[in-house]
Design a protein around this ligand. Structure first.
Ligand code: ZN
Length: 252
């Protein structure tokens, strides 16, 4: 997917900066947004960072964000914000309150982390939803001025929030149908290796320590010799039998 990500507002203290409560919206939109960008990139998606840090007015900030978003074709534009005003939980705004799968999923994923689900809402009045060409959504993660929201946010950390939003945005899929993420690849590799019987070729760390004295003895006596490239080619069953025979005194 091609995804535009905006860390909402300018940085703290500049015109167009976010709400300040127990935490600072401008700071946290970047904590979550920058991580979201990394998570999406790692999954193979093409990400456009549509963040404008410094501006001389709120209007110019919003304009700059939309200009960056509209500079390329996008499948989705996501703006990260934090709410204020003493409410509780997460909400997602879309143009006309459309219940895009990604917007509904963002509410669900944040709810699964413990935030109250305030639902998908009509954000037709929001500049970044009105003036971006792509399908767009604005995520209000939680309230900067509600202690229980801030506590939960701190407990989870920005990374888990970013991962939840990334899952919502991509449906948990990597770039293309056939492509695997690094994590999926490692998992599959592990599963395949578990199906395959382990072969012990050398006296290395892979070999169980209980088998080593016996195998060493057999090699020293010339009873056991490696085949191709000195590989012993022993299975776990063979290790067990050799060890049992050794205990029975068969090898002296
Ligand atoms: Zn905001």
């Amino acid at each position: 997917m091609r995804i535009g990500v905006n860390c909402g507002h300018t940085v703290s203290g500049y015109p167009g900066c976010g709400a300040v409560g127990l935490i600072d919206e401008s700071k946290e939109t970047r904590e979550v947004g920058k991580r979201l960008i990394e998570v999406l990139k790692k999954a193979g998606h093409t990400v456009a960072d549509c963040t404008d840090d410094y501006s001389n007015s709120e209007g110019n900030n919003l304009e700059a964000i939309c200009r960056m978003a509209n500079a390329q074709p996008l499948d989705l534009f996501v703006s990260i914000h934090f709410n204020s005003g003493g409410g509780k939980g997460s909400e997602v705004f879309t143009y006309g309150g459309q219940r895009h799968a990604e917007a509904v999923a963002a509410c669900e994923k944040l709810h699964a982390l413990g935030f109250t689900d305030r639902g998908v809402k009509d954000g037709s009045g929001l500049y970044v939803l009105r003036r971006t060409n792509a399908k767009a959504m604005l995520v209000e993660v939680c309230f900067v001025d509600t202690a229980s929201d801030v506590d939960l946010y701190h407990k989870l950390g920005a990374q888990r929030v970013a991962e939840a939003i990334a899952e919502a945005v991509t449906g948990g899929h990597s770039k293309g149908g056939g492509e695997m993420t690094q994590t999926q690849y490692e998992k599959l590799k592990k599963e395949i290796n578990e199906l395959k019987p382990m072969i012990y070729d050398y006296m290395d760390d892979n070999m169980p320590s209980w088998a080593k004295p016996t195998i060493q003895k057999l090699m020293d006596k010339g009873i056991l010799v490696g085949g191709e490239e000195g590989r012993l080619g022993l299975t776990m069953d063979m290790l067990r039998i050799f060890a049992a025979n050794d205990r029975a005194g068969l090898y002296g």
